[in-house]
Design a protein around this ligand. Sequence first.
Ligand SMILES: Nc1ncnc2c1ncn2[C@@H]1O[C@H](COP(=O)(O)OP(=O)(O)OP(=O)(O)O)[C@@H](O)[C@H]1O
Ligand code: SF4
Ligand SMILES: [Mg+2]
Length: 343
Amino acid sequence: MANKNKEKLVDVKNLKTYFYTEEGVVKAVDGIDFEIYPGETLGIVGESGCGKSVTSLSIMGLVESPPGKIAEGEILFEGIDLTKLSQAEMRKIRGNEISMIFQEPMTSLNPVYTIGDQISEAIIIHKGLSKKEAMKESVEMLKKVGIPLPEQRINEYPHQLSGGMRQRVMIAMALSCDPKLLIADEPTTALDVTIQAQILELMNSLKASYGMSIMMITHDLGVIAEISDRVAVMYAGKIVEYTDVNTLFADPKHPYTWGLMNSIPKLDRDVNRLQAIPGIVPNPLNFPDGCKFNTRCPLAEGKCFTDEPKIVDAAEGHKVRCWRYKDLEEMKKQNVKIYEEQR
Ligand SMILES: Nc1ncnc2c1ncn2[C@@H]1O[C@H](COP(=O)(O)OP(=O)(O)OP(=O)(O)O)[C@@H](O)[C@H]1O
Ligand code: SF4
Ligand SMILES: [Mg+2]
């Protein structure tokens, strides 16, 4: 892989983030390993509840505690284990070295302050500029994220902007401190497809000019294809496949990834025939024995119901967690469809 010789910016090792609830322990993130290199975009994809947001909140030091806790593992950021830092030390890292944008900007923008006030406040805190200088820089930031008439826009309130414009403002705020890592949790899900494409394009171009790394969280493989260099596919708190984006699409080795691929809308297909993976995600309080995907996997047999597979190197730079990935390879060669097309 291209980045192999670079030093890791982020190195997550055996991360376990659990929630200790009255009903039992929710193993939201249950032993994941991944790394992010300088300047790359790592995509994290999986269905609702698989642990994507908890992974990002763990890195940000924002897991709600109690009931949540990092039960085990390390999150090395430039070699420093973030799980060992105090709240005060973490606050310094957040918004300086690492910043985050969320799915719905209205929840993170303050409705009673103007756009200019909010961006400039971030700039004042992180760069120590005067109010006047910070306002000037806010205008520059708004220009960079493609907001027309920025001198006018800085005096407006969040509700006066469209969803796409608000998301651009969030990106401007997140970038105002020049972070080394930008975590984006479903930043385009609330937007329509055209605006979504514009925001992804914007993030790609900003990444090139700022040289930061991005961790992009999404349930949408289309978004992954647009923006990622490498991808971690998550299911039930674990990474089930991990490789570079081209390999993932050309040669998915996990039955779950294969199912997700089937669910990408194809232009020549009737929307009603969109294939989703049949069945539901198991309840985290009551995961099945063996492989956690066995309740939905068309290839599940024998050992899959008793022993959980470990993640292994199926090829160089391509990890997969499945007892039967070699069988799946054979099936693909023979063009066997493992998921029925829905009508
Ligand atoms: N505060 C909490 N208390 C108890 N369980 C929680 C808490 N926060 C998250 N969880 C559980 O952790 C698991 C992972 O949640 P997470 O929010 O990371 O999912 P996700 O992959 O981001 O899903 P989505 O695509 O819906 O955003 C879920 O089972 C969720 O119910
Ligand atoms: S281990 Fe078995 S149940 Fe799990 S994904 Fe592989 S074939 Fe399916
Ligand atoms: Mg989430």
